[in-house]
Write a protein that binds this ligand. Structure first.
Ligand code: CTP
Ligand code: CA
Length: 227
């Protein structure tokens, strides 16, 4: 709904955004996934595009309309998401909003697994998925200048998020309070604490607002950063 002549401060900047869950197959009909609507990631992709950035949105399966003005790459698994992100490099900005499944089945079955009547559940061996945010944060010469992650936490939000920022090697973390009583999960609102520097203990608490509002505030911070 931006005017065609709205200012485009991110013109010439390339951005990659991940969004949605990943689906990790167990067999042709079953999968492991995290809960994620994709609303926040999609809103960020659209907002960066409105500010003039050339945006590639790498999304897991969601039931949302395609955001306007972005290049959409659809993936299912974490490994496909990592490949699509790597393929979209180089970029100036990368925002990792996807709820990537932490594990995948070691041996996904080719055929549907059947109950055998014994009441015993088949052993499911799991492997850890690649960490896309950490991989891209450590990608040397192709590392985007500004790498931003999310941290969904249910307690000690800022502390956990600060530790996560250091561990993952990204520049900023948007810490997200998803404690059940906040009602933010799957909803249209988000409560964000932005962490940009561990030493300075800079916790910017943003007012609780719509996911579109969060996307606009983040875009404004990114514009400031490059100004
Ligand atoms: N992330 C990623 N690839 C993964 C896991 C997470 O890119 N395999 C990214 C998410 O998109 C998010 C950030 O890392 O930006 C933090 O995700 P989160 O699940 O909170 O972190 P984890 O390191 O998986 O820790 P936890 O044990 O709390 O799930
Ligand atoms: Ca995780």
């Amino acid at each position: 709904l931006e005017a065609a002549d709205a200012p485009k401060p991110l013109l010439g900047k390339k951005a990659i955004v991940t969004s949605g869950p990943t689906f990790e197959p167990i067999d042709p009909v079953r999968f492991i996934a995290n809960r994620s609507s994709g609303k926040q990631g999609h809103a960020i992709a659209e907002s960066l595009a409105q500010a003039g950035a050339d945006v590639t949105l790498v999304s897991g399966p969601v039931s949302l309309p395609d955001p306007a003005g972005v290049t959409l790459v659809r993936v299912e698994t974490a490994r496909e998401m990592l490949a699509a992100v790597t393929n979209a490099l180089p970029a100036d900005i990368a925002v990792f909003a996807a709820a990537v499944a932490d594990w995948r089945a070691a041996d996904a079955a080719d055929q549907k697994m059947k109950k055998d009547g014994s009441g015993v559940i088949a052993d499911l061996k799991l492997l850890e998925n690649p960490d896309i945010l950490a991989t891209i944060s450590a990608s040397g010469p192709t590392r985007p200048a500004l790498v931003i992650g999310f941290a969904a936490e249910t307690q000690n939000v800022a502390e956990h998020a600060r530790a996560k920022r250091t561990r993952k090697g990204c520049d900023w973390i948007l810490a997200n309070d998803v404690a059940p009583d906040t009602g933010t999960f799957g909803g249209d609102q988000n409560e964000i604490c932005l962490i940009t520097d561990d030493d300075e203990k800079t916790d910017e608490r943003w007012p609780r607002q719509s996911k579109t509002g969060v996307a606009r505030m983040l875009t404004a911070r990114i514009i400031d950063h490059f100004a």
